[in-house]
Design a protein around this ligand. Structure first.
Ligand code: NAD
Length: 256
């Protein structure tokens, strides 16, 4: 769990509350920090997977994944034991459900692959998974998509690096690794939502992965107000109208 800064300045919280309550179209851009309070570590936060073990970055690199069978076997063990299978949505996910029910939240553009926004009750039609989902596998040769459970059962039964059942190709979770392009249709849907919003709420992201992070500058450039909620500094703090540093499980409920 990240060590949080002390409570945010109440006047900043009030400014953020009035921006949210005055907005007509809100888009939330979420990252791994939204799910740390559910027990899923982020990558770059103080207790992040990569902060603790920089070598773990190779697991998320498509070139290493394709070239190194040993790394693939390690990836499958990591997927089998992923904390996401036990995780439950937390107060931050639920706050965004509340914000959608009360009106202004039109879309959640998420970098997360854990499905927790949907499990919290956010309408799946409004959740745009920029970096894919852990709940499916994809074949890197024939592009066949199947449920993750089937592959994990094969791993648990002794197939250390299960090949595609259709073509024998290399399987991976249907998530975007470094070196892979985002799905163009998904990205263009996210950009359209951001272009139409009058408030972008960026929560739990180091805003260091592009093109997702660039959506913040895109929103600001279009005249939208920007609220950044993140425990640590981001490169977009300067373009934000308000920056809140507290724990998201407290900050997001306070804004809705
Ligand atoms: P990141 O690790 O780069 O940044 C997370 C940020 O959240 C950090 O800056 C950290 O300080 C902040 N944070 C963590 N817990 C917080 C809390 N409780 N309250 C407030 N702030 C908190 O994550 P990112 O920007 O999403 O980018 C990394 C990539 O990692 C994404 O592509 C994403 O797909 C992937 N990822 C996803 C998950 C997931 O699905 N839950 C988990 C790890 C990584």
């Amino acid at each position: 769990m990240v060590s949080m800064n002390p409570a945010d300045d109440p006047s900043q919280v009030r400014t953020a509350q009035s921006l949210v309550s005055g907005a007509r179209r809100v888009v939330a851009l979420t990252g791994a920090g939204v799910s740390t309070e559910s027990g899923i570590p982020d990558f770059r936060g103080p207790d992040g997977v990569w902060t603790r073990d920089p070598d773990a970055q190779r697991l998320s690199n498509i070139h290493d994944y394709l070239a190194d069978p040993k790394l693939r076997r390690r990836s499958w063990q990591a997927r089998l034991n992923h904390p996401g299978w036990q995780a439950q949505p937390n107060a931050a996910h639920r706050a965004l459900v509340t914000l959608a029910r009360s009106g202004p939240l039109r879309a959640i553009v998420t970098q997360n692959v854990d499905g927790l926004h949907q499990r919290a009750g956010s309408d799946p039609e409004t959740v745009i998974e920029l970096h894919g989902t852990l709940y499916e596998t994809e074949c890197l040769t024939c592009n066949e998509h199947r449920g993750m459970r089937e592959a994990l059962d094969r791993v648990a039964a002794g197939e250390a690096d299960p090949p595609c059942l259709v073509c024998g190709g290399i399987l991976k979770s249907a998530t975007i690794s470094f070196g892979q392009a985002l799905d163009a249709a998904v990205l263009s849907r996210a950009r359209a939502e951001v272009e139409a919003c009058d408030l972008l709420l960026a929560a739990g992201s180091s805003l260091s992965v592009h093109p997702a992070a660039g959506l913040v500058g895109f929103a600001a450039g279009n005249g939208a107000r920007v609220v950044v909620c993140n425990a640590t500094e981001t490169p977009y703090d300067d373009v934000a109208d308000v920056v809140l540093r507290g724990s998201l499980g407290e900050v997001l409920p306070s804004l809705v």
